[in-house]
Design a protein around this ligand. Structure first.
Ligand SMILES: Nc1nc2c(ncn2[C@@H]2O[C@H](COP(=O)(O)OP(=O)(O)O)[C@@H](O)[C@H]2O)c(=O)[nH]1
Ligand SMILES: [Mg+2]
Length: 283
């Protein structure tokens, strides 16, 4: 079953991990007083008003290298725009609008996905007034919140849940779903092609199941099988190179939807830390 995916993007230290923990209802992400790498859980399920969704802290996904903030926030925004159903862009009222915020906003203004601009650390009424500065980012109404104290979170969640695509929970074909997952370059695409090439039965694309993912339906000994595309090879005409680097996220989405997960490992390299990381999400 596919759950809607909500991505939190924002500069280091704006409070992404704090918001993540608040929305998930548990302390899964490590909150840091100084900007740095989040090495912990950055992907978890949350629930609001009976709707379950998956939350991702893109700050944890993209290493928060202090020396290349622009590249980092750009990567976050690109992942969110490519993979998420709803994007929460978090900013910090104490710092005001920073160049990094402008950078993210510039990308997100082109997003086809709903974007909610949240202004964090609005712990007092006076700061609520300061949040109007963020109108300048051109992403609509800034939503003042305090991830630390919980203010404004309920209203934000109402809006997020209302923005979910209606068909996100539907799967169209009744069949066993197989996901081939693994690090980049282990041979996922080659295996998929081999499977499809050897089986002479009808192969067709099943568009529109979830956002822009395209699954392949094939038949094996009379039974329909759905191969969930994690390598992105069937998304013709789309730039996949950048996204493929974030194969962990791609794998996570596929694992969620699959009945059977095939973890592909490169025998010439043995089991790497990233293989183990992906395996951890399957189990
Ligand atoms: N005053 C205040 N501080 C906050 C709030 N949310 C987060 N912080 C603090 O901001 C710092 C960075 O938070 P963190 O969640 O690690 O930011 P991240 O780098 O975006 O994940 C920590 O010291 C948090 O305690 C808030 O609503 N109000
Ligand atoms: Mg963090």
């Amino acid at each position: 079953m596919t759950r809607p995916l909500v991505a939190i993007v924002g500069r280091p230290n704006v409070g992404k991990s704090t918001l993540f923990n608040r929305l998930v209802g548990r302390r899964l992400a490590i909150v840091e007083d100084v900007p740095g790498t989040t090495r912990d859980r950055l992907y978890a399920d949350a629930e609001w008003g009976g709707v379950t969704f998956t939350l991702i802290d893109t700050g944890g996904l993209v290493p928060e290298a202090k020396d290349d903030l622009v590249a980092q926030v750009r990567a976050q925004a690109e992942i969110a725009m490519g993979e998420a159903d709803v994007i929460v862009f978090l900013t910090d009222v104490l710092e005001g609008v920073m160049p990094g915020d402008e950078e993210i906003a510039q990308l997100l203004r082109r997003s086809e996905k709903p974007v909610f601009l949240a202004v964090n650390k609005v712990d007092t009424e006076r700061r609520r007034l300061e949040a109007v500065e963020f109108y300048g980012l051109g992403l609509g109404d800034p939503r003042p919140i305090s991830a630390l104290h919980g203010a404004g979170i309920g209203d934000l969640l109402d809006e997020i849940v209302a923005a979910f695509p209606a068909e996100a929970a539907e799967e169209e074909v009744e069949a066993v779903r197989i996901a081939i997952v693994g690090r980049p370059n282990v041979g996922k695409s080659s295996l998929l092609n081999r499977l499809l090439g050897q089986e002479r039965a009808i192969v067709h694309e099943e568009p529109g199941t979830t956002r822009d993912a395209i699954d392949t339906v094939m038949e094996w000994e009379g039974e329909p099988l759905v191969l969930i595309d994690t390598a992105g090879i069937r998304r013709r005409g789309r730039i996949e190179r950048g996204i493929e680097r974030y194969s962990v996220l791609r794998a996570l989405r596929a694992i969620q939807r699959a009945d059977v997960v095939l973890l592909l490992i490169d025998a010439t390299e043995g089991v790497t830390a990233q293989d183990a990381h992906i395996a951890g999400y399957i189990l």
